[in-house]
Write a protein that binds this ligand. Structure first.
Ligand SMILES: [Zn+2]
Length: 106
């Protein structure tokens, strides 16, 4: 693995760490006790919706990161899943979750 790929891998792993922490905080936040006050309940419901959106977004991103890391493990990371050509490192640095080369992505 080249040092550039190792660097991408490291940043993916760091991002994964951040996302996993965020997801667990969202879970904790949503499980929090709801108050009896009606207006506060409305506020809390709104917060839950925001938390849920953050949670879903984070889970999607986490899934993409895990797939990218799996492709690194299997050695397919730099190969386009569509045409089999190499994906340029420049592109992978810019869009580390991508599994398509620039030609296939467009
Ligand atoms: Zn391609």
């Amino acid at each position: 693995m080249t040092s550039k790929l190792a660097k991408i891998k490291k940043s993916l792993e760091e991002r994964r760490e951040v996302l996993m922490q965020r997801i667990s905080r969202v879970k904790t936040g949503m499980k929090a006790e709801h108050s009896a006050d009606w207006s506060e309940q409305a506020q809390e419901r709104q917060n839950d919706e925001v938390l849920e959106a953050i949670g879903n977004e984070s889970r999607n991103e986490l899934a993409q990161i895990n797939q990218a890391l799996e492709r690194m493990e299997s050695g397919d990371y730099t190969r386009c899943s569509n045409c089999g050509e190499d994906i340029s490192l420049k592109r992978l640095e810019a869009v580390p979750y991508t599994h398509r080369c620039i030609n296939c992505a467009e």
